[in-house]
Structure formats: C-alpha cells, structure tokens
Design a protein around this ligand. Structure first.
Ligand code: BG6
Ligand code: MG
Length: 217
C-alpha cells in the first residue's frame, strides 16, 4: 500500500520557526508593536503577507502598500541572514530516521510548506533529494488553513487525499490537513495542536511501528 507522506518544513523538519519568530519580533518592535510567544503561534504556518497583516492588526496600525512591501522585504532579509548559516546540524531529531524508513518502504514523500524559502532550505540541509515533490509558498495562492498546499502535494504524488498523512507544527497547518481530509499529525504542544489526529512532541516519539501502521491502515 502506498500512502502520501507530506511534511511541513519550518518547525517540523528544521528548527526555523525560531528564526521566523526572531525576525518578525525585531521588525514589529522597530515599528512600535510587540507580541507574545502565544500570539506567535498564530504566525506559524501562515504566509508572509498574512503574518504582517496580523502583526499590524495587533498594533492597530494601517500602512500604505509600498511600506507594507518594504517591511516584508526587510523581514525576509533578516530571516535570510539567519538561514544563510544553516546546515545538516539543524535538521530536527529523528527526522532522517523517519524519512529513511519511508524511502525504504517506497512511500511517496512531499513537502507542503507556506514558505517561499523552502527549496533553498531543503538544499542547504541536504534533504532535497529525499522528496518526490515539493509544494511551497511560490506554488499556492491560498494560505493554510486552506488545504490548497496539501491537495497540490497529493496531486503531485498521485495519492488520494484520504491516503495522505501530514506532519505539521502549526494549528493553521493541522486545520489545513483536516480540511484536505488527510490524517493530521501534530508535532509540538498537545494543547496548541489538539485538533490533530495524533500529536507528538517531536519525531523521537514516533516509532517505526507507528509508521508501519499508518502505511498498512
Ligand atoms: C511558514 C512559517 O512555514 O512559512 C511561517 O511557519 C512563515 O512562519 C511562512 O511566515 C512564510 O515563509 P517565508 O519564508 O515565505 O517568509
Ligand atoms: Mg511549520
């Protein structure tokens, strides 16, 4: 039996969620807005445009279009300076264990990320060749929780949505997987990700037996 295994990138495969947070926090503070780590959960999985819209709304601020574009570019430049130094050491624990097992079992694997920097990061950490398909922020018009990103990935893998399994660290992403009628596996905090079908703190908690079950289900 072949299942489609779809991985989010930031906060699932690599620990870049912290870099997004640092870059948004700096930008927000520069324009006189502050936000908490709890509010930051709402930025996870969400596109660059939507993230800035949220931050501005938290600060009750409206700005002209050109300034909006400038701020997005500024945040991305700052973010790029963090990821410039990335290498394999930033792959999260036991991600290779899971990818290697799925490859051994000949299971199709796709990325399903909101980030426009996803391909670059996968190359930096040397994982790009593990993926049969990559769908990222350049390929979609609707942000998670819309299921578009995952439905596109399923189409590329030629697996029906019901037979796809999504690994996600964000609430928006878990909702997107659920909206796509896929099995959702939350990676992170049980309270934040309670809408997922399963939640694990990280991949070290995911056993080969569990993966086998998912394939055979
Ligand atoms: C998601 C991150 O994967 O990508 C979000 O969780 C981020 O925090 C989004 O805003 C867009 O990323 P980028 O790299 O295109 O700005
Ligand atoms: Mg994520």
């Amino acid at each position: 039996m072949k299942k489609g295994f779809i991985f989010d990138l930031d906060g699932v495969i690599v620990d870049t969620a912290k870099y997004h947070f640092l870059a948004w926090k700096k930008l927000a503070n520069d324009i006189g807005i502050d936000f908490t780590e709890t509010q930051n959960e709402q930025l996870k999985g969400v596109s660059r445009v939507k993230s800035l819209e949220k931050i501005l709304s938290w600060g009750n601020k409206t700005i002209p279009e050109d300034e909006f574009m400038e701020l997005m570019a500024k945040k991305n430049n700052d973010y790029l300076s963090y990821i410039a130094k990335m290498d394999e050491s930033e792959i999260l624990p036991d991600v290779p264990k899971v990818l290697n097992y799925l490859k051994k079992e000949d299971q199709p694997i796709s990325l399903g990320s909101a980030s426009k920097n996803a391909r670059q990061i996968l190359k930096k950490v040397n994982l790009i060749s593990d993926f049969n398909a990559v769908v990222d922020g350049n390929d979609v018009s609707k942000a998670k929780p819309d299921p578009e990103v995952f439905l596109n990935a399923a189409k590329l893998l030629e697996i029906t949505p019901e037979n796809c399994i999504v690994f996600e660290d964000s609430l928006a992403g878990v909702q997107a997987a659920n909206n796509a009628n896929m099995i959702s596996i939350g990676i992170g905090d049980k309270d934040v990700l309670k809408e997922a079908d399963y939640v694990f703190s990280d991949f070290t908690e995911i056993s080969i037996a569990f993966l086998k079950e998912l394939i055979e289900k």
